[in-house]
Design a protein around this ligand. Structure first.
Ligand code: NAP
Length: 336
């Protein structure tokens, strides 16, 4: 018994200092127990410690790519103890020096874990990895998927894993690897309010802000895709801006100076409201005028022997609306 106690002693270093030992020894820890068996032996020796065990959160993290490995680094920095697995084993093993316990078999990584996080490539990878892990999943385990996936995939997994007796919560992120390391950025949630409320203490440590989009399962996946669509368009739009700037002899430094003072990003919400408003008949910039400028972009670039990516398609859309008689309307009518 003395040996069991000594072997289990490291657990007490992983207890979250903010969680108090309440009357009756109900205690919450934010660590993962790779010492699970000896801890249970210890618990059996002391009548009140089974209560303590009930509340232990054991974590496993599957997918040690750019995002997953930094999420794990941050967990380790917080004193959590994490089981990690990655398809390419070396990426998981690389985290052992930071304190993670790496496994080459996904079933070994999830065994005993009550909270399992995933950051994988896509729907297919999530389904394949969870299917491989399933035989070793702890009864009632909570699966939290940070992967950017389809909406229907998130809905299906929430239903299917519930039928199997597990909780599946999709929690996609607007976080780059640096955010995962710093606990900044945004994590998106939707679905069962009780599940999300129970998960909040664990998830809020991983990000800057949790954004809850209501009870609709799959809504968080949809919001993530909508936000990413904007990021993709923004980057493609900047490509056209760079191409035109080059044709006009405007340097990157000039552009950075311009956008440093005049920030078009700040216009997004007002622009969305104007585009989707009912009345475009009172223009602040006429469609005919916007079309004239768009042709100037196209012509200047062509004269320098280059071409724009998005502008020709946008010019065609403007022409459609002008031909329908809306040339004198606000140009944002093209967003209808
Ligand atoms: N990076 C970002 O800034 C960012 C931001 C928001 C959301 N996301 C999303 O987060 C997810 C992960 O992104 P990431 O940037 O971390 O990508 P990443 O570095 O390419 O990592 C992808 C991970 O998925 C694993 N994987 C791919 N296919 C697999 C399969 N069939 N079976 C098992 N594992 C598989 C990879 O394993 P291997 O190492 O063996 O290839 C790797 O661990 C993606 O859905 C991404 O869209 C990324």
């Amino acid at each position: 018994m003395v040996l069991t106690f000594l072997y289990s002693f490291p657990y007490f270093f992983y207890f979250n200092s903010t969680n108090k030992l309440a009357p009756g020894f109900t205690m919450r820890v934010n660590c993962v127990g790779s010492f699970g068996d000896p801890f249970k032996k210890l618990a059996a020796c002391f009548p009140k410690i089974p209560n303590l065990c009930k509340n232990i959160i054991m974590k496993a993290f599957l997918g040690m790519g750019l995002l997953g490995s930094n999420f794990v680094q941050a967990m380790l920095r917080r004193g959590e103890f994490v089981h990690v697995w990655n398809r390419t084993a070396s990426k998981a093993q690389a985290l052992e020096k930071a304190g993670a316990r790496a496994f080459t078999q996904v079933q070994d990584a999830v065994r005993g874990a009550t909270e399992i996080h995933l950051t994988l490539k896509d729907d297919t990878a999530v389904d394949e990895v969870l299917m491989a892990a399933e035989p070793a999943l702890h009864p009632g385990a909570i699966i939290i998927d940070h992967t950017t996936t389809s909406k229907e995939g998130a809905i299906k997994r929430t239903r299917v894993w519930k039928e199997k007796g597990f909780t599946f919560q999709h929690a996609p992120v607007f976080m780059g690897p640096a955010n995962a390391l710093d606990g900044t950025g945004f994590m998106l949630l939707s679905g069962d309010e009780k599940i999300i409320s129970d998960l909040t203490p664990s998830l809020e440590k991983m990000t800057g802000k949790l954004l809850y989009f209501g009870a609709e399962v799959g809504k968080a996946a949809a919001m993530k895709l909508a936000g990413n669509a904007f990021l993709v368009c923004l980057t493609a739009g900047l490509k056209d801006t760079l191409t035109l700037s080059k044709a006009l002899g405007v340097s990157l430094e000039d552009l950075l100076t311009l956008f440093g003072s005049w920030n078009p990003g700040a216009l997004v919400t007002a622009r969305l409201q104007r585009m989707t408003g009912a009345d475009h008949s009172q223009p602040s910039w006429e469609l005919n005028m916007a079309r004239k400028d768009t042709q100037l972009f196209i012509d200047a670039t062509q004269q320098s022997g280059d071409q724009l990516l998005l502008m020709p398609a946008i010019a065609a859309l403007m022409d459609e609306w002008i031909n329908k008689g809306f040339g004198g309307h606000d140009w944002t009518i093209i967003g209808k």
